[in-house]
Design a protein around this ligand. Sequence first.
Ligand code: F6R
Length: 608
Amino acid sequence: MCGIVAATAARNIVPVLIEGLLKLEYRGYDSAGLALLNPTLTRLRSVGRVAELAAQAEGQVAHHGIAHTRWATHGVPSERNAHPHVSAGLAVVHNGIIENYAELKQELIAAGYAFTSDTDTEVIAHLIQETLKSSADLFEAVQRSTARLIGAYAIAVLREWDETIVVARHGAPLLLGLGQGEDGGNYAASDASALLQVTRRMIYLEEGDVAELRRDAIRIVGAGGTAVERPAHESTLSADDVELGEYTHYMQKEIFEQPQALAATLELIGGAQAISPNLFGVAAPEMLGGVRSVLVLACGTSFHAGLVARYWIEQLAGIPCSVEIASEYRYRASVPNPEQLVVAISQSGETADTLASIKHAKAQGMGRTLAICNVPESAIVRECALRFLTRAGPEIGVASTKAFTTQLAALFLLAVTLAKQSGRLAPEQETSYLAALRHLPVAVQKVLALEDAIKAWAERFADKQHALFLGRGHHYPIALEGALKLKEISYIHAEGYPAGELKHGPLALVDKNMPVISIAPNDALLEKLKSNLKEVAARGGELYVFADADSVVDEEPGVHILRLPEHYGLLSPVLHVVPLQLLSYHVALVKGTDVDKPRNLAKSVTVE
Ligand code: F6R
């Protein structure tokens, strides 16, 4: 979603702003813009790629500036709706949604302000301008104006003849970068990747913080209205983590990084002989002890990880587990259970619905909360009592891949931990699960070797309008995930179904134009699945089967089979999702879509 970069420094900050926006491109956007002080305001905006804005900004020099990539919410993608929005020499960039913008707009129109865009952001610019009539100090005007906003925002504000940049956040991410070395300066951005070019020292702003950036100083005032000190962290992100390197697309890079991502995530179990609840935080032994049910909250791909976890938790720990889409749970009248463990799964840690759902659970007295997340210090991590940080590294491609498999590794550890706490884990089982986890990176590496065969299959999908993904048991969520991947990056309509459900409806869709992708591991449900596949073949459907080396299924006309090198028992979903990721990637390549930035989608969904 929208990305913000702000900079004040002795150096020319225009290249810093542009480079920062390029690093934030992955979040998804449709237009971009920036405002520079020279010492009057110069505003540049463009629809489309940051490269177009960069061309416009060629030759500009400035020491204070704010910049933005916009993902349209209020108003179509257009230059007039692109940020920054200005009000008489004052410029604002904004990430989030202002829910009371309509009433503020009426008030400001009545006060004589003319609006030139359809955005909610323009309201913020005029509101600060109006507040400046009664307090000349920009910092105070931002504090007083943001106090009137309802909704989510991260903003950066700049005004002519003023050498400060004021930023504020509430419900949307924003961090500060503290300049180092001769060039110094101070910076702000939506995420660390935008600022690695100038600094590694970052301060994560808290909810309700307002901060002032000067070239040589910063000051932060917390939600309570008093000055606060926030700790500075040394970012461990490496610039290489956010570079493409030898790859053509981030999605491709991230698919192939899965062995390392899993190894890094599982480093925590190292050479351990036993699984300890401390993996989930110091309070975990007490908090997880006596857990009798689990509620998982998540969106999209993270929701699918939760669905796999349900099979694991119920089978291994013998405790009930429900999995809810966060945007539904937060508004539904559910029955609270204060003893339940609530698990929020999120790659970004900033997904607005997941964050709100965890707050909703807490408000209902459910305090045993655990975040499984890829971004330390993110809002969801901070909201939960316990945490497990996956170590997938930055995920830039909009379609989630390595975050998913590392979430699965973390959730398997959770299931085993709960099983142990429930007294249902025999020592030899524990040893064998630990061994299977440790071997996982190597097993995934072997699956990646199927790429060439999958590429050949992908050619046959390019002219298809629809596809069906089938799985059973803990591979049913993998069918859902395969369908989501295909639809989001290749724009082919795809649905995931539990194979046993086929004859209750979707079989009606099957004909020679409908490819049916099936996950056929060599498990207890294979024979059942084979009957389902016969139903497809009998209707002329073209079957693409991902089996295991030893699955007894035969190639025949209309039935194509690729075999994964080994059967992986309970952890098989981690392996079987990988060929589906590769299939989507290669179908998208054949179709020529924008793999890393599919249309209409954003990476971090920080608005509802
Ligand atoms: C799909 C995808 C999305 C995210 C969803 C949740 O490939 O990436 O469905 O999984 O937006 O995002 P996080 O995990 O950041 O909360």
